[in-house]
Design a protein. Structure first.
Length: 248
């Protein structure tokens, strides 16, 4: 029996990269999936692969920074599966810009996608859990940028610090109701969000103690642990998935 058999997980930003890996890992462990992304075609491809594991999926093109669209997604997930047991807030964007050169539009957009979406999706799902007395689990994607600074990444690091703080507050506030919330802080993961091949090579060979970039599956395995009953006594934590980056 899979570690998530009989459960349903809602995963945002599931069309590629880490979100895709988490969706497929959860499906392999028996979870039905409510998936969203702005890339509907990519989402459908993920859903087809997940369904090969014998699970059911729901795919919706969703702007996770828009409350009405998030509410519709959660309502449809409830109607389709009866409940949502785990939430993975993975949707996020990244850009490089010096602090003095970051525009209002850039800052507002990255805050909306990386922070407001976590607030909206978590709030709507938690309201559902409270109504039905469900002891759910939230897994939020933070970053090593929540703990360390990077040049030309002030906006991004700000958003990930906010995600880590929000996760701790949710854990404290809703722990008495049996709701858990944890975050993951991935290091340099080999996804389409990464910059040049030169940077990849430099990080893998000089900065990361394990001497390789992370793979989306490395993060997916930790997400599975945090969403499953195996982590039932863990809440409010931020787990680094960084190949030892933070040792530097």
């Amino acid at each position: 029996m899979g570690r998530l058999t009989g459960k349903t997980a809602l995963i945002t930003g599931a069309a590629q990269g880490i979100g895709r890996a988490i969706a497929l890992r959860f499906a392999a462990e028996g979870a039905n999936l409510a998936l969203c992304d702005l890339n509907l075609e990519g989402l459908r491809q993920v859903a087809m692969q997940a369904e090969e594991q014998g699970v059911k999926t729901l795919c919706r093109r969703t702007d996770v920074a828009a409350r009405a669209q998030v509410q519709s997604l959660v309502d449809e997930g409830m109607a389709e599966f009866g409940m949502i047991d785990a939430l993975v807030n993975n949707a996020g964007i990244f850009f490089n810009a010096p602090f003095e050169g970051t525009s209002d539009e850039q800052f507002d957009r990255i805050m909306a996608v990386n922070v407001k979406s976590v607030f909206l999706v978590s709030q709507i799902v938690i309201r559902h859990w409270l109504r039905h007395d469900i002891k759910g689990a939230i897994v939020n994607l933070a970053s090593i940028g929540a703990a360390v600074a990077f040049v030309d990444s002030s906006a991004y690091c700000t958003t990930k610090g906010a995600v880590a703080a929000m996760t701790r507050c949710i854990a404290l506030e809703y722990g008495p109701r049996g709701i858990r919330a944890n975050s993951m802080a991935p290091g340099i993961i080999d996804t389409p969000m990464l910059p040049s091949q030169e940077d990849k090579f430099r990080w893998a060979n000089t900065t990361i103690p394990l001497r390789r970039l992370g793979a989306p599956g490395d993060v997916a395995d930790v997400a599975l642990f945090l969403a499953s009953d195996e982590s039932r006594y863990i809440t409010g934590e931020m787990i680094f998935v960084d190949g030892g980056w933070m040792l530097n």
